[in-house]
Design a protein. Structure first.
Ligand code: ARG
Length: 481
């Protein structure tokens, strides 16, 4: 008990040594961008006609009003453009930790957000609309009609705030991505959803079962602007100059026309989106292999540390394993993604961060698999080997490990299967693995269901094949008994 307490204490001390948030010394972001020769624009490409993906001849690209604006901004700055696609609720965090330079994602400058970041002048005005199933159009017309009903909104958006304020008697269901919201409405999980006018138009055109409710919000008008890190006046001025020109020349109208054209392209589902799934499967396999292989190396070391007689090594391994197993992978992924920039000052790609998080996570589980496998070998084996004159390490290598492997291998196979499924979590930071790509297709096709079904089938084929292979391996090994 006392030992446990000391370890816990040690753990808390270690944690408190990590600086919680260390904003990097402030240069005007303008200089950073100029020096790099590239501007990183963060957005959530689930928001036609602002930003979404379009596939032409099997190649995908970002399109929409915000993308055109981003191109214009990059051109005016004289730098290259890099689009960084992630979930809307990760954008502000990414801007503050320097993962991205600016946000152009249909974002409205609210007072709460202004505390965290700066905003340019607004480049568009939009209204907020309530969408319902067509068959309920006559029943759901006023705020009162929605009392006790459930309403879907995108997480951390102005729509979420609007619902809380104006329809407090409804149950709110906040989801990460717009296609999920549409799906909840289509399937009757929620009774209404709030979207901005142009986005609503886009989805209504592809979902004939949905319609606008005649409900009107008191505080409906909202503008959209570009978000910029605080204390970057030069960047802000530059962006405002671009926006002023866009407004003067009426370019937003052109951008919108272009986006509308891109939205309604012809082609079969698979010819348009098949590529996303193939690429996604490749990335999922790659990141899972990295997780299991490097995780095994690291996990092996941890297992020996935990089995060793050295108290310090043992405690370190114990703390590590308990911490990893006691926290969700989702949290670990975010910790690595934001932590590498905010705490360590490293600028790693999303894929690398996702892979690191998976390796760190796998290592803890695999360490336990190793330890259990080794411990399961009868104690008498070690004693017998030692009494035959083998040293401790010889006995380990020649007698214990060959038997332990038989316990370890099947469990390792299971871990691999788990990792393939769990790796879907790294989609939150924008690693384009299978789940992320399926979500992209949801956004691009305005069809929230089919891409999920295809992703499920793909995951199943991967894990099922792997478990068959593992069965064969296991059978082979039991033959050698
Ligand atoms: N205008 C709303 C806001 O600022 C929603 C924006 C959502 N954007 C997106 N790309 N999903 O909160």
């Amino acid at each position: 008990m006392k030992k446990m307490l000391t370890m816990m204490l040690l753990f808390v001390v270690i944690l408190s040594c990590i600086p919680l948030y260390s904003a990097s010394a402030k240069d005007d972001q303008y200089d950073v961008i100029k020096k790099r020769g590239e501007i990183r624009v963060g957005l959530s490409a689930d928001y036609a006609p602002y930003e979404f993906e379009q596939t032409v001849n099997g190649k995908s690209r970002y399109v929409g009003i915000d993308i055109e604006l981003a191109k214009k901004v990059a051109k005016d700055l004289g730098v290259d453009l890099k689009i960084v696609d992630m979930s809307f609720d990760s954008l502000l965090g990414s801007l503050k930790t320097g993962k991205i330079d600016i946000i152009i994602s249909g974002m409205s400058p609210t007072p709460e957000r202004r505390k965290e970041v700066d905003f340019t002048e607004q480049y568009m005005q939009v209204t907020q609309r309530m969408i319902v199933q067509k068959k309920n159009q006559d029943k759901l017309k006023t705020v009162e009609d929605f009392s006790g009903k459930s309403i879907g909104v995108q997480k951390q958006t102005t729509q979420e705030a609007l619902a809380q304020k104006e329809i407090p008697d409804a149950n709110l269901s906040s989801l990460t991505r717009v296609p999920e919201i549409i799906m909840s409405l289509n399937s009757g999980k929620v009774d209404g959803i709030i979207l901005e006018g142009p986005v609503g138009d886009a989805y209504l055109s592809k979902n004939p079962g949905l319609a606008y409710s005649s409900l009107e919000f008191a505080d409906a008008a909202k503008g959209t602007a570009i978000a910029v890190p605080k204390d970057s006046q030069q960047l802000l001025d530059q962006l405002n100059a671009s926006i002023a020109e866009v407004k003067d020349k009426g370019l937003i109208k052109d951008y919108q026309d272009k986006a509308n054209e891109a939205m309604f392209e012809e082609g079969s589902f698979l010819s348009k989106y098949g590529n996303y799934f193939i690429k996604g499967i490749g990335a999922t396999i790659l990141i899972s292999i990295i997780g299991v292989v490097l995780g095994s190396l690291f996990g092996g070391i941890l297992a020996f540390m935990k089995l060793s007689r050295n108290k310090i090594l043992k405690s370190i391994a114990w703390i590590y394993i308990e911490f990893i197993r006691g926290t969700p992978l989702l949290v670990q992924v975010f910790l690595v993604y934001f932590g590498t920039t905010a705490v360590l000052g490293l600028d790693l790609s999303a894929f690398l961060c996702g892979a690191i998080a998976l390796v760190l996570n796998c290592a803890a589980y695999i360490a336990e698999i190793f330890r259990a496998g080794i411990n399961a070998v009868d104690k008498g084996q070690m004693e017998a080997a030692r009494s035959l004159g083998l040293s401790h390490s010889q006995a380990m290598n020649k007698v214990i490990m060959p038997q332990a492997i038989k316990n370890i291998l099947p469990a390792l196979g299971n871990e691999f299967i788990t990792v393939i499924k769990e790796s879907s979590i790294v989609s939150v930071i924008g690693v384009s693995e299978l789940m992320f790509n399926a979500q992209k297709v949801q956004g691009a096709s305005f069809d929230p269901f089919t891409p999920l079904l295809l992703a499920a089938v793909a995951y199943f084929i991967l894990t099922f094949t792997l478990s068959r292979v593992m069965n064969v391996v296991e059978r082979r090994m039991s033959v050698s008994d």
